[in-house]
Design a binder for this molecule. Sequence first.
Ligand code: PEP
Length: 230
Amino acid sequence: MRPLIIANWKMNPANSKDAFDLARAVVRGLEGVEADVVLCPPFVYVPQLLPSPNVFIGSQDAFWEQEGAYTGEVSPLMLKNLGCSYVILGHSERRKLGETSQMVAKKIQAVLDAVLVPVVCIGEDIEREMNITLKDIKETDVSKIVFVYEPEGAISTEPNAKPASLEQLERALNRMRTLLPKTATILYGGSVNSRNIQGFMGKGVQGALVGAVSLDAQEFIQLVKNAVSM
Ligand code: PEP
């Protein structure tokens, strides 16, 4: 299985030169590596990052309309026109700022309409979040979505963060699979690094959403390589 590893840079780095250098190091270090990698920088850096055959560009959010009077928002169509191919939606850090599953549902549809891949984060409240977010999505579209099981307490920047145990991950995957088509892509997110990635992959996820470690080019490259050599 070809792993899919998605880098969530969050609100980092502080300047565009560092963003460019980080992306360039990752692209070079992963040349020829049999994995699909997506770099999701802050919006402002998207135009300067160039994709490669195995490193794609994504964003960390998008609005649910394609254009109009929505001050401060960025549309899926704009991201598509800048060369993005993936959009992270429903991250717990956005939910803490007030984003609801209903809002995530509208964003998923807009991202699909722009022919981008939604990367939808699902926390511990699996059934509720999935039922609301998928309620109006056509079944044929559900298989175009990448789902991430990402329990909030596993995110490395949370107080007392702990990665999900392999048993916890297995239980969550079983719950998610009962609600999804067999072909659905499911990733794991939360304190993933080059040493623990293989354990998570061994439970049947197709890859990972990676935060903190994705800002360290060498450690991130090693993580991707370890995911490939499963
Ligand atoms: C995230 O916030 O999406 C994440 C996975 O972060 P970290 O890898 O730092 O836990």
